[in-house]
Design a protein around this ligand. Structure first.
Ligand code: UD1
Length: 364
């Protein structure tokens, strides 16, 4: 059985790595890898391939950045040619980025089966581009692998037949568990002079937080107040860096004595910083899950999440852009008053193996 795996953006690399490794161990599956080129900077792409031992992509579509329509359309027209040439039994897509929906759509129109890993997550916020990508990909997928039970309910409510859905766990956590021992060896915390358990790690890149100047500067103001309480380290996503620069606040922000703005990190260095952080603030999806597994407090700078299990079982809390709430939560965390949470079912490092087992049983 020939499966064409697709990646495009940073979180995709982390999710595909264990799947590719598990497919390689299977005698029934043959896999190839297509990189759309949605992310292309060394430290947003190649570094992840190197660190996670991912094979060089068989094809790189090199689409680069653009508006949603431009990027999605470029991926679609280039991917169609690749699909014609490879003629696989199925295309496997992960997550919720533009590359996910673009390749799923091309495949289904050509009569090629679509497998969606991390299906069924819903924020119910249709202003998020990822929510549209998730809804559409799930509607056209033939096999849907979910990380949690609420995703099954979401899919059933949208009319997806139960027989297409498989509860396998979380491939991002497969990577976390596999690479943790390597990450522990990173010297990044020493290089940045950060004491263990003595700093907050921040990521910020959602259009809803960084694209409007008023919201961005309000958040940055809050951030400075958090940095008055404990050191903050902030690997800055390229989208966010250009927005901060455009607002003219880059120097003011960087001049705070306890705030370090650094370039985006590779997987291992970032994981090391996460492991040793007192807490995280983020608007990323995956980090809400990773902090839940690690038992580290996470303040999510959004009003909703497609990963509610991290709120009910994990260490996550939604704080939006509410400055008072963020500072209150910071004080509670610093006082040691935060729940420990528990690890959700099947977030155990074996999700990719379960996926491969289901694929091997398909009568394609
Ligand atoms: C994308 C995903 C988002 C995911 C995030 C992870 C979509 C709609 N969004 O958002 O779900 O959480 O990736 O990082 O698919 N850029 C670079 N170098 C790169 C990549 C991007 O400089 O290697 C800059 C470009 O200016 C680009 C901007 O970042 O225009 C945004 O990149 P894009 O891939 O469109 O969206 P992300 O914000 O990265």
């Amino acid at each position: 059985m020939k499966i064409l795996n697709v990646v495009g953006a940073r979180p995709n690399f982390v999710k595909i790595a264990p799947i590719v490794a598990a497919m390689k161990r299977s005698r029934r599956l043959r896999s190839c890898l297509v990189h759309t080129g949605q992310h292309y900077d060394q430290n947003m792409s190649k570094l992840f391939f190197d660190e996670m031992g991912l094979p060089r992509p068989d094809e790189n579509l090199e689409v680069g950045s653009g508006s949603h329509a431009q990027q999605t359309a470029a991926i679609m027209s280039k991917f169609e040619l690749v699909l014609d040439r490879y003629n696989p039994d199925a295309v496997l897509v992960v997550g919720d980025v533009n590359s996910t929906v673009a390749c799923a759509l091309v495949a289904t129109k050509l009569g090629v089966r679509v497998i969606h890993v991390e299906a069924g997550l819903r924020s119910r916020d249709r202003t998020m581009p990822e929510e549209i990508n998730r809804l559409l990909t799930d509607q056209i997928a033939d096999l849907l692998f979910v990380t949690c039970r609420d995703a099954i309910d979401n899919l059933l409510a949208e009319g997806i037949p139960r027989r297409k859905i498989h509860f396998v766990g979380n491939v991002m956590i497969d990577s976390l568990r596999r690479f943790r021992p390597f990450a522990e060896k990173s010297d990044i915390r020493n290089r940045l002079h950060l004491p263990p358990q003595g700093y907050m790690l921040l990521t910020l890149h959602r259009p809803s937080n960084v694209d409007r100047e008023r919201d961005l500067s309000h958040l940055l103001g809050t951030l400075r107040q958090v940095a008055d309480r404990l050191p903050v380290v902030f690997p800055v996503h390229p989208r966010t860096r250009s927005r901060i620069a455009a607002s003219g606040r880059l120097e003011q922000l960087a001049s705070h004595p306890h705030l370090q703005l650094i370039e985006p990190l590779g997987y291992l260095d970032f994981l090391k910083l996460m492991l040793d952080a007192r807490f995280l603030m983020t608007d990323s999806g995956g980090i809400q899950e990773e902090t839940t597994v690690l038992g580290i407090p996470c303040l999510t700078l959004r009003d909703n999440t497609e990963r509610p299990i991290t709120l009910t079982e994990g260490t996550n809390m939604l704080v939006g852009r509410d400055r008072q709430k963020i500072l209150r939560c910071t004080d509670r965390i610093l006082a040691g008053r935060w729940r420990k949470g528990r690890v959700p079912k099947y977030w155990d490092g074996h999700a990719a193996e379960r996926i491969v087992r289901v694929l091997e049983q398909q009568a394609w």
